[in-house]
Design a protein around this ligand. Structure first.
Ligand SMILES: *Cc1c(COP(=O)(O)O)cnc(C)c1O
Length: 394
């Protein structure tokens, strides 16, 4: 049998967690921090647990340089719950606000807009969807911001997704969209879903109203979601348009230090270790970003050197450093799902797992989160070359 950790795992989410963190958690399950009680059992009201929550928040604040006027909330329900939380918390009873603007770049931003539509269906507010990419003759192109039909003064916020996990589309930097909105004269609060590139590059937190990220992509296990919320958005005089369930209420989570009800204790403990690991191992987000770009470039290089055997559907400027998505193409230019199946099977035979693209789009997806090591990426690159050579005649 292959020793378990010889497997290199490239799953998109739940995704790889650093082995050091898994080992510590293994011990914690039986006896957490010397309390004699396991992390799955410990009371969230115990002094030790509350101290750990505080430490987790401080680690994240220092890593991301989060200003004090922002609340850091640990919530449950995943990124999907945040799709609703954003609408419920930010849309207020304000007759001047007629829309919510959603910049659509792929599957997750589209799902978020659908959730907004569902929640606002019986109100007179409109969900204004703005497509960020045009597709003509199979080629994707970024639309010109002057063509965006932004609502400006009449929107409660502008929403976008910084990294589309399924499609492999990432904004060139976390300032990219805020800069464009500024240039368009749009001052509405910006809400961003950073689920799959959180802690992979520096973020100028002050440019955002809300940043949220579900843990199981780049920093922990499923079950916990971080929301970073500018506090002045929580204290506006106008009451929310729709009632907010307490489990999604940013104000309640802020006041209770994310301890309004029982939090996902063990998941948060894992995040704590991951934050610590990032600090010791990489130091800063600038360094993490360099490494992430280096890892991704190994694979994008393989794609561009493959004479069209591998094809990235994404314009180079928007190719994600976290989720490298590509198709396998035959000499006649047609996508070859049977070769993609063979690719995934052969890769698994070599201990390279989690490479199948999302079921909604097909193809191959290599997720290169922080826990994925450079030598593991090199193994995929070597495999891609040998697979392309083997099929050179097709
Ligand atoms: C995975 C993902 C989500 C959904 O997260 P869940 O925890 O499954 O609800 C939302 N947005 C992005 C960008 C994601 O990658």
């Amino acid at each position: 049998m292959t020793p378990v950790r010889d497997v290199a795992y490239f799953g998109a989410g739940p995704a790889k967690i650093p082995e050091e963190v898994l080992r510590r958690t293994q011990d914690d399950i039986v006896n957490w921090r010397g309390t004699g009680v396991g992390i799955l059992e410990v009371s969230h009201r115990s002094t030790e647990y509350m101290a750990m929550m505080q430490e987790t928040e401080e680690r994240l604040r220092s890593m991301m340089d989060i200003p004090t006027e922002y609340a850091v909330l640990f919530m449950a329900g995943g990124g999907t719950a945040q799709f609703a939380a954003v609408v419920l918390n930010l849309v207020r009873q304000d007759p001047a606000k007629r829309q919510v603007d959603y910049l659509i770049s792929g599957s997750w931003s589209s799902k978020a807009a659908q959730e907004a539509e569902r929640l606002l269906a019986h109100t007179d507010l409109q969900v204004n969807q703005i497509q960020l990419f045009n597709k003509t003759k199979g080629e994707m192109a970024f639309t010109c911001p002057s063509e965006w039909n932004l609502s400006r003064e009449t929107t409660s916020y502008v929403y976008y997704c910084d990294n589309e996990t399924i499609d492999g589309i990432e904004m060139p930097s976390s300032d990219y969209i805020p800069d464009m909105l500024d240039a368009c004269g749009c001052n509405a609060p910006i809400v961003v879903d950073m689920s799959s590139n959180f802690l992979s590059r520096p973020v100028n937190v002050r440019r955002f109203g809300v940043i949220f990220a579900t843990a199981q992509k780049n920093f922990g296990p499923a079950g916990v979601t971080v929301a970073i919320v500018r506090r002045n958005l929580l204290t506006v005089a106008a009451p929310p348009l729709l009632p907010i369930p307490t489990t999604l209420d940013y104000c309640i989570f802020d006041k209770s230090h994310s301890l309004h009800n029982t939090p996902p204790c063990s998941a948060i403990s894992v995040c704590n270790y991951v934050f610590e690991w990032l600090g010791t191992r990489f130091g800063t987000l600038v360094h993490i970003e360099q490494l992430a770009q280096h890892k991704a470039s190994q694979l994008y290089h393989c794609i561009s050197e493959s004479d069209g055997f591998y094809r990235s559907p994404i314009p180079p400027n928007f190719q994600s450093s976290m989720n490298v998505v590509f198709r396998i193409v035959k000499a006649d230019g047609q996508v070859a799902p049977e070769l993609e199946d063979e690719f995934v099977r052969d890769a698994e035979g070599r201990g390279l797992t989690g490479l199948r693209g999302h079921r909604s789009v097909g193809g191959i997806r290599v997720s290169l989160y922080n826990a994925v090591r450079t030598e593991e990426v090199m193994r995929v690159a070597a495999f891609m070359r040998s697979f392309a050579e083997k099929h050179a005649d097709i």
